[in-house]
Design a protein around this ligand. Structure first.
Ligand code: NI
Length: 185
């Protein structure tokens, strides 16, 4: 188990379409463990293998229960088989840190997947959990939530992202520049 680096936009590996996992073996279970470790460390509510540069159809999420307790869920080869209604949700993404945008999704979904033992499962979800599953499965098709926005809103959101990244880089550079003085005093 390990915390791994999360790729950030515009890394080209985020645009890859992932392949189905042929068999849920120990290597897949190790990937699931790394995804959970990385997601909880970030912290985030979901993470896709694509975001670690692994082109397999594996995602994890944890939207917690009403009491705030952990409810870890790993989906291998997940596929949405039913959709109903629409919902608008403000989403963020560990691959686009520092920004959020409202995205329209299906309000209720049914998803079929393999669990970490390779057993077929079927799950109905709504609200945050439904949004999160759709967001993570999109990653496996090389799609980020900004790709669900209209053309102009997508552009504005990515410009905001570039600004946030530039500001943070400038702050880091400033911290580095004053660090020797701090240590000297
Ligand atoms: Ni994401």
């Amino acid at each position: 188990m390990a915390i791994r680096e999360v790729l950030t936009w515009p890394d080209a590996r985020l645009l890859e379409v992932a392949s189905d996992v042929p068999r849920v073996d120990d290597a897949v279970r190790a990937l699931i463990d790394d995804l959970f470790d990385t997601m909880y460390d970030a912290p985030g509510v979901g993470l896709a293998a694509t975001q670690l540069g692994v082109p397999w159809r594996v995602v994890v999420l944890d939207t917690r229960d009403e009491a705030g307790q952990k409810t870890p869920l790993a989906l291998v080869n997940g596929r949405i088989v039913e959709r109903e209604g629409t919902i608008l949700w403000r989403e963020g993404c560990l691959s686009l840190p520092g920004i959020t945008a409202e995205v329209e999704r299906s309000a209720r979904i049914t998803v079929e997947y393999l669990d970490r033992d390779g057993q077929p499962q079927r799950l109905e979800a709504e609200g945050l959990k439904a949004v999160c599953i759709q967001h993570e499965l999109d990653h496996l098709d090389g799609q980020l939530y900004v790709d669900r926005l209209g053309r102009l809103e997508r552009k504005a959101t990515l410009l905001e992202y570039a600004e946030v990244q530039a500001e943070e880089a400038a702050e880091r550079a400033a911290d580095d520049a004053i660090a020797p003085q701090r240590s000297a005093s």
